[in-house]
Write a protein that binds this ligand. Structure first.
Ligand SMILES: Cc1cc2nc3c(=O)[nH]c(=O)nc-3n(C[C@H](O)[C@H](O)[C@H](O)COP(=O)(O)O)c2cc1C
Length: 224
């Protein structure tokens, strides 16, 4: 089978971050095929720094419960420091997608309880039946994290091709000490993010918006 550029582009265009999942689990062979595709992404000197702690069933429920309890304490401690600021256009884009989400779920400006409630959905994993926690060896530093970013994209696209919805979540990684303890993830690995996944609840308000992208000419500084 030949994959055309249009096929690939429509796969990329169809993917979005899902924030409401149905409870039905994804069959193990489908998950294995998603990981098998995602691992084909490039990495510096083929180090393949990603390790994935992947939950199903009762393990997802235990993670969800633990995260919600951690979130209630508010003790954020990510292994990889979160950005200190989003200046200029990055702030605008960040606000833009935040407001798209709030508008979709009916949170109005100034409704702090509503936005906190929506934010807390992160720690319920948006009700997803599965969660993949991604880690990279600390020794590989930012380049390990860069390689893992490619893995996240590969995972999300492979999942989309299989009809499985995903959302990468830095919010989950903000409770890194809990995740290290809960899953016995060694301290010499950086927990980078999670990907919650499952089948989308298509009619849920949180899944009804799509984020825009900058034009090609805004991204590329053409030389020659
Ligand atoms: C590394 C990474 C971390 C993210 N963390 C979160 C998160 O914690 N919570 C959330 O709701 N969305 C999170 N997102 C999803 C982004 O908000 C989303 O990708 C962006 O707004 C573009 O929208 P789209 O994925 O629907 O195309 C994350 C995405 C990435 C790539």
């Amino acid at each position: 089978m030949t994959v055309t550029p249009a096929d690939l582009d429509s796969l990329m265009a169809a993917r979005y971050s899902c924030r409401a999942f149905r409870p039905d689990p994804v069959p193990r062979p489908v998950i294995e095929a998603i990981v098998a595709s995602a691992r084909r992404v490039p990495s510096w000197c083929n180090a393949q720094p990603w390790q994935v702690t992947l939950t199903s069933g009762a393990e997802t429920e235990a993670l969800r419960g633990g995260l919600m309890a951690e979130a209630a304490t508010g003790a954020h401690a990510p292994d990889l420091p979160f950005p200190e600021s989003y200046p200029g256009v990055y702030r605008d884009r960040r606000r833009g997608c935040g407001w798209q989400l709030y508008e979709a779920v009916g949170v109005t400006k100034g409704d702090r309880d509503g936005s906190a409630r929506q934010n807390a959905r992160n720690f319920a994993l948006f009700d997803a039946p599965h969660c993949a926690i991604l880690s990279s060896p600390s020794a590989l530093g930012p380049y390990g994290a860069l390689d893992c970013g490619g893995f996240v994209t590969g995972f999300c696209l492979a999942a989309q091709a299989a009809g499985v919805a995903t959302i990468p979540q830095a919010a989950v990684a903000s409770f890194a000490p809990f995740l290290h303890r809960h899953f016995d993830i060694p301290e010499d690995r950086l927990i980078l993010c999670a990907i919650s996944f499952g089948y989308a609840q298509d009619d849920a308000p949180a899944n009804r918006f799509r984020t825009p992208r900058a034009e090609v000419d805004e991204i590329v500084d053409w030389r020659g």
